[in-house]
Ligand binder design. Structure first.
Ligand code: THU
Length: 164
């Protein structure tokens, strides 16, 4: 299979995983279901959805749920993230968490899914574009050495962060 076709299939799989995850959202308070998925450089895909609580402030967004799921499963890189919802846009907290595991090229697919018509509009951007002037102690040389730090290993692998 051609490289571009393979990449397109991976994006389809990523988005489809987020679409399915949205159906599992636990959001009885906001009634605003969001699905997300992340894909690693190696092609592993992890879903996430928003999970709310009677104590409202404990709600967890779909994007962070997917990222934490990936990290807990041993992922060390995030090649792309998809978010599915009505007018889906990641909140500020999720942008910072996605940034932690992203490099300049980490793609972000925002899938605006109309719940009544089922129509989808997908916008492709990057995690970095959505968080200019991000809190980034790594770029400033402020992080202590830690070989298990995922952010450092990701940055070492791509060597792109230092060229901002
Ligand atoms: N939410 C997400 O899951 N992702 C976003 O990008 C924005 C907001 C959730 C949190 C809460 O459960 C509901 O949407 C309404 O804010």
């Amino acid at each position: 299979m051609a490289k571009t076709q393979k990449a397109a299939r991976a994006v389809e799989r990523l988005i489809e995983t987020a679409v399915q995850a949205q159906k599992r959202a636990y959001c009885p308070y906001s009634r605003y279901p969001v699905g997300a998925a992340v894909i690693t450089d190696g092609g592993r895909v992890f879903p996430g959805c928003n999970v709310e609580n009677a104590s409202y402030g404990l709600a967890m967004c779909a994007e962070r749920s997917a990222i934490y799921h990936a990290v807990a499963s041993g992922a060390d890189s995030i090649a792309a993230v998809a978010v599915v919802g009505a007018a889906a846009k990641p909140c500020g907290a999720c942008r910072q968490v996605m940034f932690e595991f992203s490099d300049k090229d980490t793609a972000l697919y925002l899938v605006d899914l109309n719940p009544t018509t089922g129509r989808r509009k997908t916008l492709k951007t990057t995690v970095w574009k959505l968080l200019p002037l991000a809190f980034d102690p790594l770029a400033s040389g402020l992080l202590p050495a830690n070989p298990r730090n995922l952010l450092r290993s990701r940055a070492a692998k791509t060597k792109k962060r230092s060229r901002r």
